[in-house]
Design a protein around this ligand. Structure first.
Ligand code: DQA
Length: 143
């Protein structure tokens, strides 16, 4: 199974960004943690961008047989383009948010992506990515 982990705007600032919401781990720490957890059970690829068009371009290259863990960050709440790309390539994905978006501002309660996600994990910090990976690694949900 090819398992992609895509992070959106400002997640490159993890570790020095609002630690009350996002903890103190960096994006590199997060990647190390996911790699350690998944091991050789999947072929992992990581991508982060602050640019909506770059994310859409990256997602367009995914296949239905791939699996995706997606934290689109602020673009979750605004991007019809990311949703359309996901719908076009039909890649099964889990939407992850490090913070509990429902305990925050109302504009974070709306996701353009959730309706077409396999599932959504919010508020569990870095653990959310590991749980999403576990979901895909379980028999029946992975490739
Ligand atoms: C986030 C939540 C979003 O509302 C926010 O814009 C982010 C990160 C999270 O992981 O909690 O940048 O997706």
């Amino acid at each position: 199974m090819r398992l992609f982990v895509v992070n959106g705007p400002n997640l490159n600032l993890l570790g020095r960004r609002e630690s009350g919401f996002y903890g103190t781990f960096s994006l590199a720490d997060l990647e190390t943690k996911i790699r350690g957890h998944v091991g050789d059970r999947a072929e992992l690829a990581f991508f982060q961008s602050n640019n909506e068009g770059e994310i859409i371009g990256y997602l367009q290259n995914l296949k239905e047989s791939d699996r995706l863990i997606l934290n689109a960050a602020s673009l979750t709440h605004t991007s019809i383009g990311i949703r359309d790309a996901l719908a076009a390539v039909k890649v099964p994905f889990v939407e992850v948010h490090i913070s509990n978006v429902y305990a925050r501002e109302e504009f974070r309660h709306k996701s353009y992506l959730s309706a077409i996600a396999a599932g959504v994990i919010v508020g569990l910090g870095a653990e959310g990515y590991l749980l999403a990976a576990d979901y895909f690694l379980r028999a029946g949900t992975g490739q």
